[in-house]
Design a protein around this ligand. Structure first.
Ligand SMILES: [Zn+2]
Length: 458
């Protein structure tokens, strides 16, 4: 009995909090051109995810897969999935209509690399994490998930938080419709060596004073990496994140230098693949990039110092590069003002330009590149700023859009769920006024967001 009272109490508290923060999928009546029927009211939180029924008239549609946009397309959404895509106005409106005749519609965007429960604010002093509770983390996660969704990112991979498994809670609350946010793949924690890029060992801090829940993936041998990878899988991770080389935003890390051996990376990849999961390998250095690809990583995060051999291997093994080339300018401009750790700033400056040049080389050579920004190292919700950088450094606007839609979905293993406006896929859709193929910066201010057929922003 005591248990059930507690559960009821938590539910009531949860509902109270949710209704107070229902700035997410709420919508004032009359905002759409055709009033929505009651059954399709999007939603104050909590709501039933992927339950929307909607007819969307798009001025133009970039479907995420084909290389040419179509003009005047109507998209019928039934039970949260795309059901029919046809010439405008062909479909009789038996469901509520969302008229986007002046807009270009695109699939919901995909962020392949975020840290959605953490923020650049902690870059002043990483030991702040020592005192963070689950509630602190969830309060941050609720806010950042909402901002990410409002920016048009309806799916995301959360590639690490220091507090083990807090991301799993956020994912599940979003999946139950209790919070507004992207569909998440979560990694649970970082698989990293002691003092490595995913560890919080700091100069002058005794190791034993660091709370254990912040170091769940710290591993000292191939066997420990295997065991901790298994712990992540059994704990409910959707993707495994390992730190193969030094990190920019960690004390003492050298971004070009290997931290994990190829055998250690391989042990993690084996556990992940046995469980049907993918492995995201943080690797700045040329050697770690090659080691990670050869050991079975599915995506290379950062890939800053990738050499020609690494590019060749990425192509040969069909491993996608997730290169966060959009954040550097913001970090350099704001980091010093905010008093970030000097070492982090120095390494940011050292890696920003070279990563962009590597991006261009890799793209010119034909390596697969998908959209990931490392959101948290700059403000959540600004994710879309990276599109312009990807175009500046060699992609066509259509390539950049596909990198954040169907291509991203493919490399996260969700190619049958999201990333394209196609019959049968989850009805995630965004819209901008104008043509993003002519002005890619339009994607910095997505005006309409639909997730699972429910309007979350208009
Ligand atoms: Zn990261």
């Amino acid at each position: 009995m005591r248990g059930s009272h507690l559960i009821l109490g938590n539910l009531l508290v949860g509902l109270l909090v949710i209704s107070l923060t229902a700035c997410g999928p709420a919508q004032a009546p009359g905002q759409t051109q055709v009033a929505l029927s009651k059954s399709a009211q999007p939603a104050s939180i909590p709501y039933q995810p992927d339950s929307g029924n909607l007819l969307v008239h798009c001025g133009a549609l970039i479907d995420g897969r084909s290389d040419t946009p179509k003009s005047k397309v109507s998209v019928l959404i039934v039970d949260g999935h795309f059901s029919k895509i046809t010439a405008a106005k062909d479909i009789a409106a038996t469901v509520p209509v969302l008229d986007l005749s002046d807009y270009t519609c695109l699939p919901g965007l995909i962020e392949m690399h975020t840290h959605i429960l953490e923020s650049f604010e902690e870059l002043v002093d990483l030991t702040m994490y020592f005192d963070y509770s689950v509630d602190d983390y969830m309060a941050a996660g609720r806010k950042y998930a909402h901002r990410s969704l409002e920016a048009g990112f309806t799916s995301a991979r959360n590639l690490g938080n220091y507090y083990a498994f807090v991301d799993r809670q956020l994912r599940d609350k979003i999946d139950r419709g209790e919070l507004a946010g992207p569909r998440l793949q979560v990694s649970g924690f970082y698989l990293t060596i002691p003092g490595g890029g995913g560890d919080l060992l700091a100069p002058g801090i005794p190791e034993e004073s660091i709370p254990g829940h912040l170091r769940a993936g710290v591993s000292r041998s191939t066997e420990e990496f295997r065991a901790n990878a298994l712990k992540a899988v059994e704990g409910g991770a959707d993707v495994l994140k390992l730190i193969a080389s030094g990190a920019v935003l960690a004390y003492g890390g050298v971004p070009g230098e290997p931290e994990m051996s190829r055998e250690e990376i391989q042990s993690v990849a084996q556990v992940a693949h046995d469980a049907g999961l993918k492995v995201a390998a943080h690797a700045h250095g040329a050697q770690s990039i090659k080691d990670s690809i050869l050991a079975g990583a599915d995506t290379i995060e950062h890939a800053t110092y990738i050499d020609d051999e690494g590019i060749r291997l990425a192509i040969q093994h069909d491993v996608a590069l997730v290169m966060d080339i959009g954040a550097g300018d913001w970090m350099i401009e704001n980091g010093r003002k905010q008093g970030w750790v000097e070492e982090f700033l120095r390494k940011t400056i050292e890696t920003t330009q070279v990563q962009r040049e590597s991006f261009k080389r890799a793209h010119d050579a034909g390596a697969p590149i998908v959209f990931g920004t490392d959101a948290a190292i700059y403000p959540h919700g600004m994710n879309g700023i990276q599109f312009a950088y990807m175009v500046e450094w060699g992609m066509t606007p259509m390539e950049a859009i596909q990198a954040a839609t169907s291509r991203a979905a493919l490399y996260m293993g969700w190619e049958n769920r999201v990333g394209a406006v196609e019959v049968g896929m989850l009805a995630d859709l965004v819209a901008v006024k104008g043509n993003p193929l002519e002005d890619i910066t339009l994607l910095e201010n997505v005006e309409v967001v639909v997730k699972g057929g429910l309007i979350v922003k208009r």
